[in-house]
Design a protein around this ligand. Structure first.
Ligand code: ZN
Length: 152
């Protein structure tokens, strides 16, 4: 089988940030990288799960909700994929900037975290989600479209 495109980027030079991973027609896939690859600690599964719930809830309640396809974790636990349709890159960056800030400051019940709404509702960590999201706030603070290109 062929090696898929996301395995072809150089993970040795990748640092935390936001990158344009793929373009499939009008669908953009962004790589929201929290952790430099192969440098632990990785995102803990419980905190990662809570970030998924909070960021997905934020973007799907935003003014751009109709352009949101997906937000979810990478299996390597170094980041997330964010898929959009019909949004500019500047809007996608801005949404992620807002969503990580929202997560970093979130208080209250985790949305969707009940047995009927979630596949593993006990595996959440709001304090951890806040802590990891807070690390991404300065990374995205002045992020530009030019920075969406993966490092060589
Ligand atoms: Zn869940």
């Amino acid at each position: 089988m062929e090696r898929i495109a996301s395995f072809c980027i150089n993970h040795d030079t990748l640092v935390p940030g936001m990158y344009l991973s793929r373009v499939d027609g009008d669908v953009y896939t962004y790589d929201l990288r929290f952790v430099r690859p192969n440098t632990p600690p990785y995102l803990p599964t419980d905190a990662m799960h809570t970030i998924e719930h909070l960021v997905a809830t934020y973007v799907r309640n935003s003014a751009h909700k109709d352009g949101i396809i997906y937000f979810g974790p990478m299996g390597c636990r170094t980041g997330f994929y964010f898929l959009t349709r019909g949004l500019s890159h500047a809007t996608a960056i801005d949404l992620m900037r807002q969503a990580v800030a929202f997560t970093a400051g979130y208080e209250g019940a985790i949305p969707g975290a009940s047995a009927v709404e979630c596949g593993n509702w006990l595996e959440h960590d709001l304090a951890g989600a806040r802590e990891w999201a807070a690390k991404m706030v300065p990374v995205l603070e002045h992020y530009t479209e030019e920075q969406l290109t993966y490092p060589e």
